[in-house]
Design a protein around this ligand. Structure first.
Ligand code: NOJ
Length: 538
């Protein structure tokens, strides 16, 4: 540990920001078609202002056939009619800025939709054409080229290659409808700089960069060395589990050194604009050190630190993540990030066991996270303590489910963390949309008590807890850029940030409380710190 810090008064807005992820399909539906939209987000921005976050990150809203719910983009410079129009995007930006909220949009540079004009042109133009050279088309192996060019697997299951009628194969690390670009072709890089400028000119404050570690593949496209019983490519979680265990997989498709030139170029583009525009990498790299390479001073602003989300419910595990995060960032001036949930992972209340205990642990992990220097990313609905929903098979829509449901290793998919938000009322759609029309994923019965309106009226609710915690976070010492006195005593984690001592009890028995004033607690405390509880003591 130990590095120079940015002076607080000149720090960019994102350095210690709390950034709230909006998944547009599931946030709020203004037009009543069962799918959330941009006017729905704009109408509910006051919820985010009242919560006390600094910014929102909006998952993709571009034109898209929605096979991966927007992560399959067919036009990067237009809004999908499902979500609204460019005018709706401008109105959202204007209202957010009026409320003092920054807006980060999602950029998907690894792959497009197969409906993108470039991919359609590539199909039409045929083998060897400049149009095909924007994607990764290859001849197959074996007699008549009937075998895929290599053994790579899609993250969503099955081969990462599909064959087109003229016999060539194209690479898709995700769904078949998401062909990977060939970033060794300069046309691709130029196109994305134009996309960045399009959105920067419209006033966005930053970009969350999807699959930031994936753009370049090892040039030989050699086979991956792996256990041949595998049927799916490494999923985000599996990748990152190996990050924790430090057993490094052979990954010729991820984290190639050339990718960093892209982010150096983007850094320069963003620097031409006022107002500390930022980038945050979604990069499931295998080690904290490789994550830190994305945030070198001339590259991206931040990278998601998924190790907090993956940590087991033990004091040593959380302590390790804190130490290894600060150690890995020691050579760069980037601040850390912390995240517990997003639209790709099981909601953290459920990961921690669900029910009252899951919720108590989730609140304790959240409070601990919010005390740390750097940015915290929240996912819509966690402020309501929502649990993962068991979406019935016939209602599931995630491509990872659709691609694996008929295999011997079906993946339940990610629909369960994407169920539309309950805003008010006692019956679905809980004011997610107008009237009684039902949303695109079914909401559980009994979610009324979890709604924003119900919790806003209850000072003991999880929503009230989040509001208080975010307000208390603003009183923490912004000059304290690191934690000190980090200690683990059995199942109790303790550290200091400035004049505040943070204690997290992951054990099953009450722990002693340090002397001082409890300024924030994740649950009830008396003269002891109960199990599954965290406190800030000043
Ligand atoms: C990561 C996104 O978060 C996920 O939702 C998406 O399916 C993949 N990237 C592919 O774009």
């Amino acid at each position: 540990m130990g590095r120079m810090s940015t002076p607080v008064d000149t720090a960019p807005w994102w350095r210690d920001a709390v950034i709230y992820q909006v998944y547009p399909r599931s946030f709020a539906d203004a037009d009543g078609d069962g799918v959330g939209d941009l006017p729905g987000i704009t109408a509910h921005l006051d919820h985010l202002a009242a919560l006390g976050v600094d910014a929102l990150w909006i998952s993709p809203f571009y034109r898209s056939p929605q096979n991966d719910h927007g992560y399959d983009v067919s036009d990067y410079c237009d809004i999908d009619p499902l979500f609204g129009s460019l005018e709706d995007a401008d109105a959202l930006l204007a209202r957010a800025h009026e409320l003092g909220l920054k807006v980060v949009v999602d950029l998907v540079p690894n792959h497009s939709s197969d409906q993108h004009a470039w991919f359609q042109a590539a199909l039409a133009a045929g083998p060897g054409s400049p149009e095909r050279a924007r994607y990764i088309f290859r001849e197959g192996r074996g007699p008549d080229g009937a075998e895929p060019p290599n053994n790579w697997l899609s993250v969503f299951g099955g081969s990462a290659w599909d064959r087109v009628p003229d016999g060539q194969w194209y690479l898709h690390l995700f769904d078949s409808s998401q062909p990977d670009f060939d970033w060794r072709n300069p046309e691709v890089g130029d196109m994305f700089v134009a996309v960045l400028r399009f959105w920067l000119d419209r006033g966005v404050d930053g970009f969350r960069v999807d699959v930031a570690h994936g753009l370049f593949k090892e040039e030989s496209l050699r086979d991956q060395v792996r256990d041949e019983s595998a049927t799916r490519g490494p999923s985000a979680g599996e990748n990152a589990a190996s990050m924790v265990e430090r057993t490094l997989a052979d990954e010729p498709m991820w984290d190639q050194p050339e990718v960093h030139d892209v982010y150096r170029r983007w850094h320069q583009v963003l620097a031409e604009y006022d107002g500390d525009r930022m980038t945050v990498a979604e990069a499931w790299t295998q080690t904290p050190e490789s994550m830190a390479r994305f945030v070198r001073d001339d590259e991206m602003s931040q990278a998601f630190n998924f190790s907090w989300l993956l940590a087991a419910w033990t004091a040593p595990a959380f302590a390790d993540v804190i130490t290894s995060t600060f150690d890995a960032l020691a050579e760069v001036s980037a601040s850390p990030t912390w995240v517990l949930s997003n639209h790709d992972v099981v909601r953290h209340v459920t990961r921690y066991g669900g029910g009252d205990q899951g919720l108590a642990r989730a609140r304790a992990a959240t409070l601990t996270m919010l005390s740390l220097p750097g940015s915290a990313y929240l996912y819509q609905g966690e402020e309501l303590g929502l649990e993962q929903v068991d979406v019935p098979p016939e209602a599931r829509t995630d491509p990872s489910w659709l691609r694996t449901k008929d295999t011997d290793k079906p993946e339940v998919g990610r629909d369960g963390c994407r169920v539309p938000i309950p805003w008010d009322g006692t019956e679905p759609p809980y004011a997610f949309g107008p009237g009684t029309g039902q949303p695109w994923l079914p909401q559980p019965a009994g979610w009324g008590a979890a709604s924003v309106a119900a919790q806003a009226a209850d000072p003991a609710s999880t929503l009230a807890f989040y509001r208080q915690a975010l307000a208390a976070r603003r009183t923490l010492d912004a000059h304290a850029r690191e934690v000190s006195d980090l200690a683990v005593d059995g199942e109790v984690l303790t550290f200091r940030r400035g004049d505040v001592t943070v204690v997290l009890n992951t054990g099953s028995t009450p722990a002693p409380l340090p002397a001082g004033e409890v300024i924030m607690a994740s649950g009830a405390v008396d003269d002891k710190l109960p199990a599954d509880t965290a406190v800030w003591v000043r």
